[in-house]
Design a protein around this ligand. Structure first.
Ligand code: BES
Ligand code: ZN
Ligand code: ZN
Length: 479
């Protein structure tokens, strides 16, 4: 299905269906009001009705803001895919909402079909945006076009991330992830360097190597680089890429292990971000670092009681092999800072169940030292379609990861504040120079869903991609 923009008014565009987004007030003024009320339509958010004879699709919205329209657009495309119409057209709903509508249609239409032996032929081929606004206040077409094109790139990159997250651990191994990165590098003009297990040992990435040791699929570090000539800033993005997290010897209970293919979502998000920034041609040098490994069990597995010496020399007492993400990130963060001098370093990880307890399953937990940077990120991402909430550090929680036998312990001594203590663990691998430039994003909640919400169906959501693109775009705006 294609989502396209035409420099034509709605009436000039040929399509089988026309979409109308209606607030309760707009429904009152709608010429089809009587007929719509017969269908039970009340213009509540995401309420849907179709008048087949008039070729009209209506969807309720609380208001004409981006959140409401994004969700409604996703509802429309999900429903219309169940009919036999091939084309759908719509008005603009203010320039500021173009991106949200594109995201709604593109991300709402996504479903994961890779492992289905029979996939139904989709009737819906085209969603066509017209150039005129629903309230007759037309914006400049160049502005509409730019907003549309950028949103299409970002939403498609988020879907790319979702597809990778959804792939099974047998198909998406660390080695395959490195191949995906290499292919992306070739198509998008990026540099790509891959470190295999031997190279990781040579680089003293002992914590990461220990995590991946019991798997037949050996770990990889992936470094992608997007280097435009007009770069105004340098940003490093680091992703947790556990292609499967069984928990290791601290084995997860059976029910908690299901969905742990999603433990690579941070890495897949970084791949999606690299795709987006290179296609958007943003004037920012971006480095993507991925720690890809599989946390498994065999005779060589790392153990609770082991002490690991990370790349930066910090010794880590392992008390739980299921707190593996922070061990991988410890080394990848250190490697990223050693290799690239950046203005910002962000990491993305499905790191803790505790973050879901703290913020709920829809919100990314943001942790770091700089309140200034947190505000900058919140401002830039507020209309990104992703939810971000800040969790605060404090010195008392810091003490909970002290160890009696090593420098630090990989789990906290108390069961509360687990998202923050995990982030404070990562803090040990951030150099003094980078403390104020680092931000950690725990995407354990929003990265994957088993019940549909907003633009998402079952599976990976692409969490991290849209919000990060918005932040990177904001860097060129405050140039
Ligand atoms: N990958 C998990 C975190 C996770 C849990 C992500 C649920 C998505 C959904 C991580 O490696 C993990 O197992 N964390 C442990 C940490 C604990 C052992 C301190 C957790 O959250 O229970
Ligand atoms: Zn784990
Ligand atoms: Zn994990």
């Amino acid at each position: 299905m294609n989502v396209i923009l035409k420099n034509e008014t709605l009436s000039k565009i040929e399509a089988e269906l026309t979409v109308l987004f209606l607030t309760p007030e707009a429904l009152e003024a709608c010429e089809h009001k009587t007929l719509l009320s017969k269908t039970g339509f009340k213009a509540t958010q995401d309420a849907f009705s179709v008048l087949h004879e008039s070729g009209l699709v209506v969807c309720g919205v609380e208001n004409y803001g981006s959140t409401a329209l994004r969700s409604a657009a996703a509802t429309v495309v999900k429903k219309v895919k169940g009919y036999n119409y091939s084309t759908l057209k719509l008005n603009q709903y203010y320039l500021k909402n173009v991106a949200a509508l594109v995201e709604g249609f593109v991300m709402g239409a996504y479903s994961f079909e890779m492992y289905k032996s029979e996939t139904a032929e989709e009737a819906l081929q085209e969603v066509i945006f017209s150039n005129d606004d629903f309230n007759n206040e037309s914006a400049d077409f160049n502005d509409i076009q730019k907003a549309f094109d950028d949103a299409l790139i970002t939403a498609t990159a988020a879907n790319f991330t979702r597809e990778l997250v959804n792939m099974t651990p047998q198909d998406m191994t660390p080695e395959v992830m490195a191949e995906v990165a290499e292919t992306l590098a070739t198509t998008n003009g990026l540099e790509c360097e891959v470190l295999d297990e031997k190279a990781l040992e040579f680089e003293n990435m002992n914590a990461m190597v220990a995590v991946g040791r019991a798997s037949i699929h050996k770990p990889r570090l992936i470094h992608l680089t997007y280097k435009p000539e007009n770069a105004i800033k340098v940003v490093s993005l680091v992703g947790k890429g556990l292609t499967y997290d069984s928990g290791g010897l601290s084995l997860k209970p059976a029910a908690s292990m299901v969905t742990m293919k999603m433990d690579k979502a941070g890495a897949c998000a970084v791949l999606g971000m690299m795709k987006a920034v290179s296609e958007l041609k943003l004037p920012v040098e971006v480095h993507g670092f991925i720690g890809a490994a599989e946390n498994m069990v065999d005779g060589s597995a790392y153990k609770p009681d082991d002490v690991l010496t990370a790349r930066n020399g910090t010794t880590i007492e392992v008390r739980n092999t299921d707190a593996e993400g922070r061990l991988v990130l410890a080394d990848v963060l250190a490697y990223a800072q050693d290799t690239v001098k950046s203005d910002f370093i962000f990491d993305y990880a499905t790191l803790t169940g505790a973050c879901m307890v703290a913020l709920g399953p829809y919100t990314t937990g943001m942790m770091g030292h700089s309140n200034h940077l947190k505000h900058k990120i919140l401002k830039a991402t507020s209309h990104s379609g992703e939810l971000v909430g800040s969790l605060p550090f404090n010195d008392h929680l810091k003490k909970l990861i002290k160890s009696d036998v090593a420098d630090i312990c990989n789990i906290a001594s108390k069961p509360y504040g687990g998202a923050i203590t995990a982030a404070l663990f990562l803090d040990h691998f951030i150099t003094d120079e980078m403390k104020q430039k680092w931000m950690h994003f725990d995407i354990a909640g929003p990265a994957y869903t088993e019940s549909p919400w907003d633009v998402y169906g079952h599976g990976g959501t692409g969490a991290g991609v849209r919000m990060t693109v918005k932040f990177l775009e904001s860097l060129s705006e405050d140039k």
